[in-house]
Design a protein around this ligand. Structure first.
Ligand code: I3S
Length: 128
């Protein structure tokens, strides 16, 4: 996995391509729309940017724009139940702002690493 080229502008503890969809926004259910996205974890922020052409471009560098950022402070994660998605290896991420996301990868090792990293981040920033 190639990480963002501009490490000074976009430093990251972890990054990679994941499948992601919102399921709730500001407490309201929204229609699922899975997309493949660059995920970048930096400090207590998780940022998703739509990849282009296999992930070589990066916002600020190519045309892709940041899609959305998630503030992990006060958030929570769990493995999603079967009712939430028919996909394998799905993490449900809830934010304090009332946004819920599903994050998925077909590769178990990749998603397990993300689970650990997100849990670490959430624990570290829980009381901010
Ligand atoms: O929870 P749902 O409604 O079964 O989610 C599926 C739908 O979002 C579906 O889109 P359309 O209903 O717009 O065709 C997606 O293609 C599926 O991937 C969603 O289910 P999974 O189980 O893959 O999260």
């Amino acid at each position: 996995v190639r990480c963002p080229p501009d490490r000074d502008r976009f430093p990251s503890e972890k990054c990679g391509i994941l499948n992601v969809t919102k399921i709730t926004e500001h407490g309201k259910k929204v229609r699922k729309s899975w997309m493949s996205s660059w995920a970048v974890l930096h400090s207590s922020t998780l940022l998703f940017a739509k990849g282009q052409g296999g992930g070589t471009s990066w916002f600020g560098v190519g045309q892709s724009k940041p899609e959305f950022t998630v503030d992990l402070r006060g958030g929570s994660i769990e493995w999603a139940s079967k009712e939430k998605s028919s996909k394998k290896h799905v993490i449900e991420l809830k934010t304090r702002q009332g946004t819920e996301l599903l994050i998925q990868s077909d590769a178990e090792s990749i998603i397990s690493d993300w689970y650990r990293a997100l849990l670490d981040t959430i624990s570290t920033h829980a009381w901010e």
